[in-house]
Design a protein around this ligand. Structure first.
Ligand code: EPZ
Length: 418
């Protein structure tokens, strides 16, 4: 494994591009097995979570060709319907592959995905709603077994607009002659990208991006080529890097409305933001001020950028109140930032941050994907040399983060072996 060594205290200047979206790529890769045809995907981020997903598709019998950011999946010869337990454990979001396998083979077996550092990550909403549309579920063995004779036309209402449950239900309902309506559906842009991909393949998914999604089953799907949307969380990460160093940067390839709650909050701290069709400019020309954050399902403030924004707030003048309403354990990163001089207290789902003038460097251990990225940003801000180790989490979701930050003028290198 390797670490990042960061010589901080420099204002970032320059421009870079965002990669394709991790959280759009994973469900779209899963969806590619439903057709039994060939899918060509472009702008796929070259990250660990994609490589693990491709490993699962290969184990299921798909033929995969990967050339950096272009992936071809031929699912014609796929026969297996058991998601390998060891890979399920490595990538809990692979539970959405179950919906795709069910759609095509009418049965699937997979193990409980298990929790992670940010929460217990249950899948009750997936399973309860599978049952409502006619899928029989046996949870009494080591594997969860799902099978059905016929998906029934149903209107279902999600107790919570879960991204994964919305995606899994869409995938499970693609084939057949039923009509499924999902109310209180998740509205994230990644759901819209998944629906665009599915409809390009010949599916009938209506209303993605709203909280009511309708899926009309079809009988056949076709070969498809598709370009993955840009990663809005990576875009937000890079913009916050510009803000925390007091710099002036341009991030290309962004869809600004995907991150409008984040841009609004950056402006509220005092950053200057300018937009063009597919780029965002950020500059800092004054002392940034504290703001309050409440994470919510889209189009609210995204939970995935809460750790990054909270890290920015540790050097913003005043007291910030951050409430994390999506995951139950997403403040773990702050313990490491406190070792750099940050002043923060946790009260249940609320993080209270009292801004300090500056952070000092330290050796940090990343705890999870977005927490690790937060430590990189803290290192960019603090004068001196900061080491962020245990990057196995970070490489899951960011493609060449160090290269992009160097393009913005950061002094960051990868050091093998620690
Ligand atoms: C997706 O996770 C994303 N991952 C997460 O990004 C993101 O934080 C999350 O959506 C929320 O936007 C991918 O898309 C691969 P949820 P998912 O189901 O689908 C509870 C990152 O850093 N819940 O919307 O797992 C759950 O415990 C990752 O890129 C149930 O209670 O999120 C959580 O509290 C982290 N029962 C809340 O809902 C269920 O059956 C949101 O979960 C499912 C979820």
């Amino acid at each position: 494994m390797y670490s990042y060594i960061i010589k901080g205290g420099k204002k970032l200047h320059g421009e870079t591009f965002v990669s394709g979206s991790k959280n759009a790529s994973l469900p779209i890769l899963a969806a590619s097995i439903i057709s039994g045809k060939t899918t060509k995907l472009y702008n796929v981020p070259d990250i660990e979570d994609v490589r693990i997903t491709l490993q699962i598709l290969r184990e299921l019998g798909c033929k995969i060709k990967k050339e950096k950011n272009k992936v071809t999946i031929n699912s014609r010869y796929m026969t297996k319907t058991v998601i390998p337990e060891n890979l399920m454990r490595k990538l809990r979001s692979s539970v959405i592959i179950a919906g795709a396998i069910i759609a095509r083979f009418k049965n699937v077996q997979f193990s409980y995905p298990g929790g992670c550092d940010i929460g217990s990550r249950p899948i009750n909403l997936h399973l309860e709603n599978f049952k409502k549309i006619g899928i029989k579920i046996d949870e009494n063995t080591r594997y969860i077994e799902c099978k059905y004779d016929k998906i029934e036309t149903k209107n279902i209402v999600l107790d919570f607009p879960s991204v994964g449950a919305t995606e899994n239900l869409i995938l499970a309902s693609i084939l057949g002659n039923q009509e499924i309506t999902i109310s209180n559906a998740a509205m994230e842009p990644e759901i819209v990208d998944l629906a665009c991909f599915l409809n390009r393949m010949g599916a009938k998914v209506y209303g993605a991006g709203t909280n009511i999604i309708k899926i009309k089953g079809v009988t056949t799907l076709k070969n498809v080529s598709y370009k993955i949307m840009p990663d809005r969380i990576e875009a937000g990460t890079l913009l916050i890097a510009g803000a925390i160093t007091g710099g002036m940067i341009k991030i290309n390839g962004v869809i600004p409305e995907h991150i409008s709650p984040v841009l609004d909050k950056l402006e509220e701290t005092g950053c200057e933001i300018k937009l063009s069709k597919n780029a965002v400019y950020l500059s800092v020309n004054k002392k940034l001020k504290a703001v309050n954050i409440k994470t919510m399902p889209y189009p609210g403030f995204p939970t995935d950028l809460q750790p990054l924004f909270s890290t920015l707030l540790t050097i913003c003048e005043g007291t910030s109140i951050i409430s994390e309403n999506i995951f139950e354990n997403r403040f773990k990163f702050i313990q490491e930032i406190q070792r750099m001089g940050a002043k923060a207290t946790i009260e249940g789902k609320t993080l209270i941050i009292k801004g300090v003038k500056k952070l000092h460097s330290a050796d940090l251990e990343s705890t999870d994907l977005r927490g690790g990225a937060s430590m990189v940003l803290a290192g960019l801000c603090a004068k001196g040399t900061t080491k962020v180790s245990n990057l196995k989490y970070l490489i899951r979701g960011y493609e060449n983060l160090d290269i992009k930050l160097r393009e913005l003028g950061a002094d960051i290198i990868r050091k093998e072996g620690e």
